[in-house]
Each structure stands twice: as C-alpha cells, then as structure tokens.
Design a protein around this ligand. Structure first.
Ligand code: HEC
Length: 213
C-alpha cells in the first residue's frame, strides 16, 4: 500500500525522487502532468497510515529488488510516449492511455525470457506483440488485437460485461479499480485504438473462445 505518512510511507519523498522511483515500464510513458497529478493524489488525496511494511508477497522475479535495477538497465523501454503523426488526436489519446496509465500491456503483452514485455507500443518490428495476449497468474489475458467494436469494448471496460462475455480473474480488478472510472470520452478512446485494429473481430473472437474451452 502507498501512504503519504512521513515514516511509514512516501511523505518525505520529493516529486523528483518519486518520478525516478517509478520503475515500471508503463510509467515511463506517462506525461509529466499526469505524473504530477499522481504524486499530488498520493500525497494529498490519501489519509496517512502508519503501518510497518508487510513482508513482500510478490514472487520471483518481482521479489528481487536488487535485480530490478539490473533489469531496468537491460530491458526497460523508457522511451516517452510519442504520438503517431498518421493518426488523429482521439487515436493518440487512446494510445497514450493504453500504453501508460492503463498499463494494459502488463498483462496482455507476451513476455520474453527476462520477463520483459516484448513491446511497449505497436511501433516498430516488435509492435506485433503489443497486447497480443499473455498468461499472468494462471489467467489468460486474451489478445486485444482485432477485438470487438468500440461500443462493445467500452461497455466491457465500464461494466465488466457485454454481449460476448463477463470478465473474471484479475481483469475484474482492473475494471473495478481502474477502467470503470474512466470518463466516457477516455473510455471510447483506448478502445478506439483497439477497434482500429478490428478487421475480423468475430472470427478472432470465435477462435479465442474455442481455445479457452
Ligand atoms: C492485471 C492483469 C490485467 C491488466 C492490467 C489488464 N487486463 Fe484485460 N484481461 C486480463 C485477463 C486475465 C483477462 C481474461 C479474463 C477472463 O477470462 O474473463 C482480460 C480480459 C480483457 C478483455 C476481454 C477480452 C476477451 O476476448 O474476452 C478486454 C477487452 C480487456 N481485458 C481489456 C483490457 C484493457 C483495455 C486494459 C488496460 C486498461 C487491460 N485489459 C488491463 C488481465 C488484465
């Protein structure tokens, strides 16, 4: 848990320290404004809680803190978000949300040998791996490429259900803690990006369901 308490938490952490301490690839894509908003929320929006740190619950390789800096050095794609000049503002807002704040790729992008996400966006030769499906904590997060229409996907991210499926597993937590709070404009926007890939939605969907059964 993150708390702004001065001894149990990050109460004495400056913005610069906080910004550098965010080790996860998705945060590298966050805009400075959003990073400041996140910092302000954690410092001012949460009540300080005094509590000793719980023993780390994460399993290897996440439990190896010293390993993280080595990992960052070797694998962290810390390129900031770059809008695609061939796409419009809506598409690029969607791409930004999916790649940074949504960290959708953390579960939906296949990982390589060192557990790094194989792609942090759909740019470049590795781009075909972005959101192409991965198994995390024994749940399979389906490929989000060639998914449903914007409306169907937005409905799922808002409510956890649409006419194709009801989500379960850790995607239910993602919706509960995160995507249900997106504004309608933003919700349509990340899915806009997915929907722009949607050339054969129903065919892909049938294949995924058969594979799951
Ligand atoms: C913590 C891991 C995790 C994260 C982060 C995550 N997902 Fe998922 N997602 C899953 C899992 C697991 C499933 C499959 C759930 C099931 O079997 O019902 C899933 C399913 C989905 C589905 C339904 C796909 C289908 O064919 O049924 C959509 C759409 C989706 N996720 C979108 C997103 C988007 C957009 C984001 C980023 C805002 C995101 N997910 C972030 C784990 C995750």
């Amino acid at each position: 848990m993150v708390t702004p308490h001065t001894t149990s938490g990050i109460g004495n952490t400056s913005f610069a320290q906080f910004d550098r301490a965010m080790p996860y690839p998705s945060y590298a894509k966050m805009s400075e404004d959003d990073m400041r908003a996140l910092y302000a929320f954690l410092m001012k929006g949460l009540a300080p809680v005094s509590q000793a740190n719980k023993p780390a619950e994460m399993r290897w390789p996440f439990s190896m803190r010293w390993g993280l800096s080595l990992w960052n050095w070797a694998f962290l794609d810390d390129a900031p978000f770059t809008p695609d000049a061939n796409q419009d503002v809506v598409w690029n807002r969607g791409a930004y949300l999916v790649q940074s704040l949504g960290h959708c790729g953390a579960c939906h992008t296949p990982r390589g040998l060192a557990f790094q996400e194989k792609a942090m966006s759909d740019a470049g030769p590795a781009g075909k791996h972005f959101l192409a499906g991965e198994t995390v904590e024994s749940w399979h997060a389906y490929s989000l490429r060639n998914l449903w229409t914007v409306e169907d996907t937005a409905l799922l991210l808002k409510t956890g259900q649409n006419s194709f499926t009801t989500v379960s597993g850790n995607m239910a937590e993602v919706i509960h803690n995160s995507t249900q709070h997106f504004t309608d404009a933003d919700l349509t926007s990340p899915t806009w990006k997915m929907a722009s890939w949607c050339t054969r939605c129903s065919a892909r969907y049938a294949t995924a369901r058969t594979a799951k059964a």
